[in-house]
Design a protein around this ligand. Structure first.
Ligand SMILES: C[S@@+](CC[C@H](N)C(=O)[O-])C[C@H]1O[C@@H](n2cnc3c(N)ncnc32)[C@H](O)[C@@H]1O
Length: 297
């Protein structure tokens, strides 16, 4: 009997991924199968496609089988590959930290504008990333805004360990202070810009999430309590003591239908300040995703 070719292996894996519901369409399933084979063989996806007619080597074949079995048990692809691209950075990820999502690039983009337009932008802008997870937002901001000094917090020490690895790999140790604790509580300086992608899925909806999230990603990163807004209320309580007296901006990623309520919460915190403006940024899918409120700019 002749061994299956790489192409046949990838095709069989594509069918398995679809059948297991690990991917919900053919294109994604094929892409995932190719990426898993690339990872198993130590090559690129392009190389996998080019080598389609060849027989796989025994070691790659065995590794591929093991990786595919993990994916068929719904482990997120990014955990298996050990990395995820975010805002042009390659981040290491794995169990214990949320896989950064493309929607969150909207928070980074809007946050970078708020930092660049801040009256102190030529000197120093003190920025917080509350609930940093892998460090995605803090790292992207530190990389692209030279005047930002970033305080990144998380209540999960596991998540902070991932953020620490990423901060080191990206050479951003001097630019980001990592702090364990509740939201802004451990931040030692007044803040000019506060960014956060907090958990915002209502507990009731958590059980209906795909197993990739529900069974694998940290519940602390996803579940926002009864109505999904508990972390925003907790942040609003902390904000007055942590915001600088001068110009400030608060930018929060939100879930479906939450933008109006979260905008009100932040508005109330900034009540009494001069020149308060609010807007909502849409993500790449067109959803109202990031609430931004500025004062004193
Ligand atoms: C939705 S994830 C976002 C992770 C990362 N910022 C990103 O965008 O990929 C929320 C993060 O907030 C952290 N978190 C949840 N509640 C927290 C709290 N009360 N204080 C600090 N961090 C918290 C979780 O551990 C998780 O890392």
């Amino acid at each position: 009997v002749s061994l299956p070719s790489v192409r046949e292996l990838v095709q069989a894996a594509t069918r398995d991924l679809l059948a297991a519901g690990a991917s919900d369409n053919l294109d994604d399933a094929r892409l995932e199968a190719e990426l898993l084979y690339a990872h198993a063989s130590g090559g690129t996806r392009e190389r996998v496609i080019a080598a389609g007619g060849e027989a796989p080597d025994a070691a790659a074949l065995e590794r591929f089988g093991a990786l595919l079995r993990r994916r068929l048990r719904h482990e997120p692809l990014a955990y298996i590959l050990g990395r995820r691209e975010f805002y042009g950075l390659t981040l290491e990820v794995g169990p214990g930290c949320l896989v950064p999502r493309p929607e969150t690039e909207t928070l980074v983009e809007a946050g970078l504008s708020a930092i660049r337009e801040h009256p102190n932008a030529r000197r120093l802008v003190r920025v917080a990333d509350a609930g940093t997870g892998s460090g995605a937002v803090a790292l992207a901001v530190a990389r692209h805004a030279p005047s930002a000094r970033v305080f990144a917090t998380d209540a999960s020490t596991e998540a902070l360990a991932w953020a620490g690895r990423n901060r080191k790999r990206l050479g951003l140790i001097e630019r980001i202070v990592l702090l364990a604790g509740e939201l802004l509580e451990p931040v030692p300086e007044p803040l000019d810009v506060v960014l956060a992608n907090l958990p915002y899925i209502p507990t009731e909806e958590f059980e209906a999430l795909p197993p990739e999230i529900r069974e694998w990603e940290p519940r602390l990163a996803v579940d926002g309590g009864d109505d999904g807004l508990a972390p925003f209320r907790a942040l609003a309580v902390q904000l007055p003591a942590h915001l600088a007296a001068g110009p400030v901006a608060v930018l929060l990623e939100v879930g479906a239908g939450q933008a109006g309520i979260v905008e009100d919460l932040v508005h109330r915190v900034l009540d009494g300040r001069e020149a308060v403006t609010a807007r909502v940024h849409r993500d790449l899918f067109g959803a109202r995703r990031v609430v931004e409120v500025r004062a004193g700019y």
